[in-house]
Design a protein around this ligand. Structure first.
Ligand code: COA
Length: 339
């Protein structure tokens, strides 16, 4: 679907009924980075908003992170069988086979349709759109959507411009069929791509990421703002209706710019980049899980999600925050896994 001409919807909707996140226990602060890179805490904080990131060791795979986040999401009030697993990742553990079937098997979901989806840091929104389509087509009654990435493995370890930006993590949600009027309902997903700009973020292999930072910055700000406007309009929301803006955590200056473009005050913007950096496809579900855990998100909040990533890709959607039972609210402790 392009960001133009999003088709209308009937009364049904994909409804969020489970949420979880997992982060590696290892914290790498800006001070840690200054010991091995020609940089400063002040430079990283002022240019990116990042103070620390979580890094997975070689013994913690994308699959492991995905399973941990999904295990928590599956404790939600899911009332129908989970028949599909869509795993958004740019950093699968291997070329073949895909990671999703192994994740499904470890979760006891052998037999479910399961596949990986690569759309850079927009992967979670592409996966939500795909999951909504699977539910609409009656291919699956409920879909487990996971965003999991180990982006810290992509930069050249000596590149002071890209190393500070990225971190590792996973987040997951469960969607099931419901109605557009109920809490948890996902709105239309506005997604798009522009492969003519593919060279702006490129990683032929781990350790070899190349990013034209300033150009990426400009595209990210413009695309995230435009996608957010399209998704809000498609859902019939005015931007003043938005209680919480949940932007992909790429750079605090980018997300601040997007919020200003949309006229959404800082007090309504969710952020966690200072603690986790850019975690790719995990960024949005980790942000939602942490915000739900600490009370920044409460039932009934109208949430506008927007993202941008390598491809180039972009996307946005709306979500009315659900009533998740207290036992299912992810806590800060359960968001950060110990290893
Ligand atoms: N510490 C100190 N100096 C640094 C540095 C660091 N970690 N990284 C770069 N610099 C220097 C550069 O060498 C350059 O020096 P020069 O002017 O002497 O040549 C100067 O800082 C400016 O570099 P530049 O790359 O223009 O910085 P920037 O303000 O664009 O910030 C990014 C770099 C990567 C933080 C920024 O461009 C960005 O966040 N872009 C978007 C990235 C993104 O979101 N990617 C994912 C998309 S999903």
């Amino acid at each position: 679907m392009s960001t133009q001409g999003i088709p209308g919807r009937g009364e049904w909707a994909a409804v969020l009924c489970g949420l979880g996140a997992a982060l590696p226990a290892t914290v790498v602060s800006n001070a840690d980075l200054t010991a091995r890179l020609d940089t400063t805490d002040e430079w990283i904080r002022s240019r990116t908003g990042i103070a620390q990131r979580r890094i997975a060791g070689t013994d913690l795979t994308t699959e492991d992170l995905a399973v941990r986040a999904a295990t928590k999401a599956l404790t939600g009030p899911v009332s129908v069988p989970v028949q599909a697993v869509v795993l958004a990742t740019t950093t699968p553990d291997r070329c073949c086979p895909a990671t999703a079937p192994a994740v499904a098997a470890r979760l006891g979901l052998t037999g479910a349709l399961a596949f990986d989806l690569a759309a850079g840091c927009t992967g979670f929104l592409y996966a939500l759109a795909t999951a909504a389509g699977l539910i609409a087509a009656s291919t699956a009654e409920a879909v487990l959507v996971i965003g999991a990435d180990r982006l810290a493995a992509l930069p050249d370890p000596g590149d002071r411009t890209t190393v500070p930006v990225f971190g590792d993590g996973a987040g997951a949600v469960v969607l099931q069929r419901g109605t557009a009027a109920e809490r948890g309902a996902l709105g239309p997903v506005a997604v798009g791509s522009d492969g003519t700009q593919a060279d702006l973020i490129r990683a032929p292999r781990p350790g070899a990421l190349r990013m034209e930072g300033a150009e990426v910055f400009r595209h990210a700000a413009d695309r995230m703002s435009a996608a957010a406007r399209n998704a809000a309009a498609a859902a019939g929301w005015a931007l003043s209706d938005v209680d919480r803006l949940a932007p992909h955590q790429a750079n605090a200056r980018i997300t601040g710019f997007v919020a200003r473009q949309l006229g959404i005050p800082d007090s309504r913007q969710l952020h966690n980049i200072e603690h986790v950096g850019n975690t790719g496809a995990a960024s949005l579900p980790v942000l939602l899980a942490q915000a739900a855990a600490d009370g920044r998100l409460t039932p009934g909040h109208r949430v506008l999600l927007t993202a941008f990533g390598a491809g180039l890709t972009w996307g946005a959607t709306t979500l009315t925050w659900p009533d998740l039972p207290p036992s299912h609210q992810p806590t800060e402790g359960s968001v950060a896994d110990d290893r």
